[in-house]
Design a protein around this ligand. Sequence first.
Ligand code: HSE
Length: 293
Amino acid sequence: MIKVKVPATSANIGAGFDCLGVALKLYNIFGFEELSEGLKFEGFAEEYCNEENVVYQAMISCFDKCNYKVKGIKITLIEQNIPMTRGLGSSSSCIVAGLIGANRLAGNTLTRDEILDLAVEIEGHPDNVAPAILGGMVVAIKDDEKTYYNKFNIEDRLKFVALIPDFMLATSDSRNVLPKVVEFKDAIFNLSRAAFTVSCFATGRYEALNKACMDKLHEPYRSRLIPNYFTIINKVYNNGGLCAFLSGAGPTIMSLYLEKDINNLSEVNTFIDNLDEKWDLIKLEAENNEIHL
Ligand code: HSE
């Protein structure tokens, strides 16, 4: 069996809407086998055991691109650790796994960049699939059919803390609340902070991340779907957090801490424990290695 291990991702870092994401050490693992005929699934919930399955659909895109005539396929969900529809890249893990699994079955004909281009075409934006494939933190842009990117590693002394609520938020619902047009001043607000965010990581001036990681393109709209959003963000800032932002399309709130402050989370923990909704706090690290093709 071919096994593919895909990391979770946190996208939309600060003001980097649709262009800035990071890979995290939390993984889904998928298995792929070519059969003499048919389509089989193992380990998936019943509702995903059909041709609409995102992993299967990604495989078909890859086979089409490589002109590979597959006879039959078995897809196994071996391990699912990335929570679904929480803004941590679970659906992009399915796309990336499907493309890489199919590419291996087809004889590894596509390059990493070709897989990335296909993944971005399927997902529509690069900020989850790019770090899932490349590892580290990735700035990515799409120009016509091609994705251009720069990847850099995250220092060990930077730690991530994900605050994950027990309710789901589908990316499509979360995109539906976004405005069609934004004001010029809001565009300037975001582009200046997105550039500033990347410069904080490039220079190691993490203390400036609190000013960098602010957003006017999606958080004001999506935060209305997440009870206590800004109260939780403020709690993080008041308890040693370098920054906090909506992870991907939400509802997870991602925060960053210096390693020396990571054990000081009891106040944040107590705070979320007392909220009406159930929130889990998970400590994570960046995954700087690129995915195995
Ligand atoms: N940039 C994407 C969004 C990430 O915010 O909709 C979620 O897939």
